[in-house]
Design a binder for this molecule. Sequence first.
Ligand code: PBG
Length: 414
Amino acid sequence: MRLFKGVSGIEKGLFFFFLDFHGFYVLSLEDLPAIQAFHIVNAVSSSDDLGAGMLAGLHMQHFNEIYSNRPPRHVKPLLQLTPRGALQSWLMPFPTHRLRRLRTTPAMRALVRETHIEPSQFILPLFVCPGEGVRREIGSMPGNYQLSIDELVKECEEVHSLGIGGVILFGLPEAKDEMASGAYDDNGIVQRAIRAVRRETPELLLVTDVCNCEYTSHGHCGYIIDGDVDNDTTLQWLAKSALSHARAGAHIVAPSDMMDGRVWAIRQALDANGYEKIPVMSYAAKFASVFYGPFREAAESTPQFGDRRSYQMDPANGREAMREIELDLQEGADIVMVKPALAYLDLIRQARDRFDVPIAAYQVSGEYAMIVAAARNGWIDQERAMLETLTAIRRAGASIILTYFAKAAARVLG
Ligand code: PBG
């Protein structure tokens, strides 16, 4: 019975051996119905006298009854007998190998932990809005706020004192128009915010989101012609925005619009104006995702018509994501991002394996909101869900994580 318990949860990789007058056999459990497995294991006596690794003393009669009618592939006549030591480590992992040995205590688990998360790897998204003393909580993203510049400055001091890697700024302009003029105005909301934060917390790493959707009256990420975003006109806005951010003091610019050629356009504009040292972190594989919902409330950037599927990626396309990343790198991206994170961990891993550049992942607003909402209902432990998801994103291969949990996680990690 004890053995049955140990065996029942394992479908693959476990084999039974048995020895009779004709030879030595190996049977895979994989294709045996559970009930038969039960009979076998039940019939197996303690392996003590036969040495580790051998489930022996098989009840031959019973066994033959069950297997006499099975097609031959189920009973693979096997290998010659090998020395017991070789069998032990190669063919029969249990009971030689017991992975639970390294899980016994917190110290033991810490010793063998493969993936670590640190506050310095996090980037906290922040929303800056007009006014003074404004700290307006975002309904669908509890614990996140629209902040006026004075409040943003305070927030950034706290973020810095928590050892968080940096912040990424999103702007809510005073007014929106068809030309997204607030995006590339040297006196725009983000540009002023950058200068203010640089003055008070000069060491904090400032990333800016380069996009137009918060600045256009229609909420799309660029200039509209015939109901669709015109790629090449939009490139000019993006280049101007990135340049104005750099001029204001941004450390990294991060285009999130998904126009073709934007990394190239931005790189040209920066280099031509003496900002060749400013890196581009490209939202390279950004999907048309439902998980951006809460962000659009936060940034007031919901498209007034249609959706973003003519520029953001189809969630079904992994190979195309690799092409997006490759092209952005050719255009001069320094860091590439996969966004969202949790539903795209496979692509984070593929990107990590294929490209030798820092990989960022964005745990987006909807991912945050789902965890917080479930926790508020008492359905999930928020802190553990936060740490588990951040760890999973790291394990998949991201070295930088944009997350609304940055402060909370930094507090837990100390
Ligand atoms: C702007 C932008 C968006 C996000 C980051 N930059 C929204 C969108 O593309 O609709 C989403 C971030 C989030 O959901 O947390 N283009």
